[in-house]
Design a protein around this ligand. Structure first.
Ligand SMILES: Cc1cc2nc3c(=O)[nH]c(=O)nc-3n(C[C@H](O)[C@H](O)[C@H](O)COP(=O)(O)OP(=O)(O)OC[C@H]3O[C@@H](n4cnc5c(N)ncnc54)[C@H](O)[C@@H]3O)c2cc1C
Length: 473
């Protein structure tokens, strides 16, 4: 279903307008909203979560606050400043589509009522997904993503007794430390690349002493707890009947070589983050396929302005680069909007921000050079999947079925494979299996950006059809 065929039948809905609508209240959206409001614009900030904060500044509920406190109080301070600046914060509001004018945002309120939002400027700060790659047994209870493990640990939950943390990227180390803090015994961290082996690329880290110190502190904590660090290692299989009981790790460069088998009741696997650019796509923004990550990324100016000039894309939605970059991108977009609105922001401030963003970009490039490029990693892992392995967990579709559908359709694009198998058409709408589907669809590189579809999220029917007769909206 496309936005064009879907939108005309929409019922009358409450309508809000503002100078700027910011979608996503993570670090990027909060920073953008704050700067815009300080510059004198009327700002609406929408987020589907119950509280603003996004992934990095996720706000703890009252019970968590009592039990374990707030592990990122600076997030609470930022949210308070945003509210104090007069930003209208609409938590619990999901933006699920864009009207035919490619401008009006279609949202659903917490009760499921329809809301239309019109703004002179739209800032998409929709964050990222974790990059999952299937492996036999990944559907077993006890297999989770590192992001989930991090969040649950921060909320005081002990997810298991003995864990392996695997995948790729710098995020694996703090996740392992967070598990240790909750009393989970971490048997090993398995990293697909070799980022922790001294070499010319690793030496580049010396230019970032604060980051190096952070890394050293994680490494020291892991060493103190006897956590093994396997490099060039990936999960080949999770074993277990009703839940995960063990994980077999193999060399990434030689899948025939078993590195270790660990008995675990918790297996955290993820390969970094991929931008959530679907709202930008619905708004008509041009996107490209990032050759290093294989991700669909919006085409942007350095300040985050998209090909549709009233739309900005900031934070992880513009490319995964971490929370400090997300904050800086949010501010940069806001300053650009203020300049375009005739509210000239302080030139010195823009210059200082540009210097900071250049330094952050150097660190992002270093990180990218240290860890394996997802555009190569994901297809390499997907090619190894046995035909019986589940790829789409929502619709129970195997790798064999996906390969068969791709062959029948002549190795065509993802939509044909989805249509033929229902892979990627379940509750998560390919957020989990999308990269693997793309990689399995054919042996060659991907053919282009995956199109965005409405609704962006599952949503109550009332948000589309209007209230039932006799009910209030
Ligand atoms: C599951 C997960 C866990 C993570 N945990 C950590 C961590 O512990 N530490 C760390 O350093 N980094 C973590 N990251 C990386 C982290 O996302 C970034 O570094 C940082 O939060 C990015 O900020 P952001 O503002 O770009 O996006 P986010 O913080 O992700 O914020 C995006 C916000 O947009 C909202 N949103 C998205 N789409 C819509 C929509 N259609 N309608 C309404 N609202 C919408 C989301 O609910 C979210 O609140 C995590 C990422 C993910 C995906």
């Amino acid at each position: 279903m496309s936005a064009d065929t879907f939108a005309p039948s929409l019922p009358a809905a409450a309508e809000l307008s503002a100078d700027a609508a910011v979608v996503g209240a993570g670090p990027a959206g909060l920073a953008a909203a704050l700067e815009l409001a300080r510059g004198g614009l009327d700002v609406l900030l929408l987020d589907e979560q119950a509280e603003p904060g996004g992934q990095y500044y996720r706000r703890p509920g009252p019970e968590v606050l009592d039990a374990v406190g707030d592990h990122r109080p600076e997030g609470g301070r930022l949210v308070a400043r945003v509210r104090a600046a007069g930003v209208r914060v609409l938590s619990g509001h999901t933006v699920w589509g864009v009207d035919d004018d490619r401008r009006t945002l279609l949202a659903a309120s917490p009760g499921g009522a329809a809301l239309r939002v019109r703004a002179r400027w739209v800032v998409a700060a929709t964050g990222a997904y974790e990059r999952s790659v299937p492996f036999p047994g990944w559907q077993l209870p006890g297999v989770v993503t590192p992001g989930l493990a991090q969040h649950m640990s921060a909320e005081g939950v002990r997810l298991g007794r003995r864990a392996v943390v695997a995948g790729s990227g710098p995020f694996l180390l703090p996740v392992a430390c967070a598990l240790l803090e909750r009393g989970v015994r971490v048997a090993a961290v398995a990293e697909a690349g070799r980022p922790y082996t001294p070499g010319p690329a690793a030496l580049g880290a010396l230019r970032f002493p604060a980051r190096l110190a952070e890394l050293a502190s994680y490494a020291a904590r892991l060493a103190r707890h006897g956590v093994r660090l396997h490099q060039d290692t990936v999960v080949a299989r999770a074993h277990g009947a009703d839940r995960v009981e063990a994980a077999t790790l193999v060399r990434f460069s030689d899948p025939g070589e078993v590195v270790a088998r660990h008995d675990v009741d918790l297996l955290c696997v993820g390969y970094g983050f991929r931008p959530q650019a679907d709202l930008a796509q619905l708004l008509g923004c041009a996107v490209d396929r990032d050759p290093a990550t294989g991700d669909t990324v919006p085409r942007l100016t350095p300040a985050g302005r998209a090909s549709v000039p009233h739309v900005y894309v900031v934070g992880e939605a513009a490319g995964a680069a971490g929370a400090p970059t997300a904050l800086a991108r949010g501010r940069a977009a806001a300053l650009d909007i203020l300049a375009a609105s005739g509210r000239a922001p302080d030139r010195g401030e823009r210059r200082r921000l540009a210097v900071r963003m250049a330094s952050l970009a150097r660190f992002t490039r270093l990180t990218a050079a240290l860890y394996p490029a997802p555009a190569e990693l994901v297809p390499a892992l997907a090619r190894r999947l046995p035909g019986s392995a589940l790829v789409c967990r929502c619709e129970c579709v195997t790798a064999g079925a996906v390969r068969g559908a791709a062959a029948a359709a002549g190795g065509s694009d993802v939509p044909a494979v989805k249509g033929g198998t229902r892979a990627g058409m379940g509750l998560c709408q390919a957020r989990e299996c999308g990269p693997a589907l793309e990689a399995l669809r054919a042996d060659g590189p991907g053919t282009g950006a995956v199109p965005a579809r409405v609704p962006l999220r599952p949503l109550p029917l009332a948000a589309v059809l209007g209230p039932a007769p006799g009910e209030d909206a």
